[in-house]
Ligand binder design. Sequence first.
Ligand code: MG
Length: 386
Amino acid sequence: MKAWQSFETQLAPFAVKSLISKGRRHAEREDPNRSPFARDRDRIVHATSFRRLEYKTQVFVNHEGDLFRTRLTHSMEVAQIARTLARNLRLNEDLIEAIALSHDLGHTPFGHAGQDALNECMRPFGGFEHNLQSLRIVDELEERYGAFNGLNLTYETREGILKHCSAVNAQKLGELGERFLRGEQPSLEAQLTNIADAIAYSNHDIDDGLRSKILTIEGMREVPIFARSHDEVRAQYPSLSGHREVLETVRRMISVMVTDLTRMTQHRIQVLGIQHVADVRLAPPLAGFSDELKEQMKALKSYLFVNLYRQYQVLRMSRKAQNIIQDLFEVFMQDPRLMPPDYLVDKDEAQTEWLQARRVADYIAGMTDRYAMKEHRRIFALGVME
Ligand code: MG
């Protein structure tokens, strides 16, 4: 038995294991050294779209400061939290890491403002959704292998990437879309990554928000879950101040959330007698916080919404991002020849306009923040000839 196979025998009965995997879209020989899910994770780490995350906005535009989170560091923090959850519940760490590292691959430049703007542009052509785009990247757009397009990931990693999906889109996605039509849940690894995402951004946005001075500690103390951890820090280190005080608080908050989530998920697994991945799929969502923590998370999110994401400094950046994306979309639709030739659709293909719009969206969504700004300058700035 290989090392990774014996590792999988120690997992919980309801963990996803390679033996029960629904496999890859294109059959491949097994890797002698790695489980199929470890191989997925490694393919993601080597993918071009993964490296682009370094220069994509999370909340703060990449060039605003060197210390703010980017999509890359966000994805790594999600993976770190997700792995802890998987280890504690004896779930498949390779799989959860693969899902976490790929969950934001489809994001446009400029964070949610970019996604909203591109979705608006794409409205007549079926819309744009970053979650579906992540799947499109790993299934089609990455070009690395001789035998197939995309990364040819396992069903279980792809299922984890596709967090949500409309019924219309689900019908087009074959086996992967079926669970949405049947109202079934994904694996626990997928469910937990989704919540690890929320834990990661809720906490690092506090850190970044305070660092940027848009948030203040006094203001944050209105949020009970922050105030409680902050009180603990003050009691333990009365003379601590500045950013260390913030970081000591945030690390305690992450711990409170991870502990509650682990305990409650374990509790639901026991109460419902979950024995197998098949039970996980048919049960109601098993991964989740206690009611008390759910309330506290809600309070935190709404505080951040009003006091960070809707502050003028962030809104200005969002408006600029919208303009850049709208301009690029319009000009590429008017004349697709302005894009690199790979993105041109054959004129004789049926539904040319829809296909062309999708390729324009692929091109724009793949851009980093600074590449989008550069493209905009190249095309629109008078006096710039590059
Ligand atoms: Mg995320």
